[in-house]
Design a protein around this ligand. Structure first.
Ligand SMILES: [Zn+2]
Length: 216
């Protein structure tokens, strides 16, 4: 792929759905996102290049699809602005047929293996740094799988990295840290938090659906 530097940041369509407090959520594919992600974070000359996403180099060619959802949803009392999932149709027969047809209408015959859904309402008004932070958060949920020896795994046919979903680096309660101190992951987080950010300091008021899934 040949991507020019500093691609224009994708924006959700203005006419997407409407914010309803209950459930009505409109969704559409964000087809310009993969090229922007590649050109912004992944390509060797990407404007905000992050080597942590190197295993996604080939994946932006159709293996990761993006959707805009017209608004956030609320989970465990927090608004969710992004979510990463492995595309799976947990259905059979006509149910599966319907779901597959929907995704083919969005992405074509070659369906992505992973879907990143972004809150169009939040992303439409987010600063560049906030938007990048949210997108990179979701990208971090897609890791390279490992084989039985714990080494990075690759697809035999294509040679591309095998990808898998992962949770967050740190899962802990403030109260546990307050009472018992920091475990190594929390200590590392504290160390990084005290440093100057590489890209920009944003207050991430947003939450990710994957994070909140882990809340018991
Ligand atoms: Zn998350």
């Amino acid at each position: 792929m040949n991507h020019p530097k500093r691609l224009r940041r994708p924006h959700p369509p203005r006419d997407l759905g409407g914010l309803h407090e209950d459930v009505i959520i409109s969704v559409c594919p964000a087809l310009d996102m993969p090229a922007w992600v590649h050109g912004t974070f992944i390509a060797d000359d990407a404007s905000l290049h992050n080597p942590d996403h190197q295993h996604l180099f080939a994946a932006m060619d159709g293996d990761v699809g993006f959707l805009w959802a017209s608004g956030a949803y609320v989970k465990h009392g927090r608004q969710v602005h992004g979510q990463t999932e492995q595309l799976a149709f947990r259905a059979g027969g006509w149910q599966k047929m319907r779901m597959e047809q929907q995704f083919m209408q969005w992405f074509g015959m070659h369906l992505p293996s992973f879907i990143i859904t972004l809150d169009a309402g939040y992303c439409g008004q987010a600063s560049d740094a906030e938007f990048c932070a949210l997108v990179e958060h979701e990208l971090y949920h897609i890791a390279q799988a490992t084989n039985n020896e714990g080494m990075p795994a690759f697809h035999r046919d294509t040679g591309n990295p095998r990808l898998t979903l992962r949770g967050h680096d740190v899962e802990e309660f403030y109260g546990v840290v307050r009472r018992y101190g920091a475990n190594p992951e929390v200590a590392e987080l504290a160390r990084l938090a005290a440093q100057k950010p590489e890209v920009s300091r944003v207050s991430i008021a947003s939450a990710c659906g994957n994070c909140l899934k882990l809340v018991a």
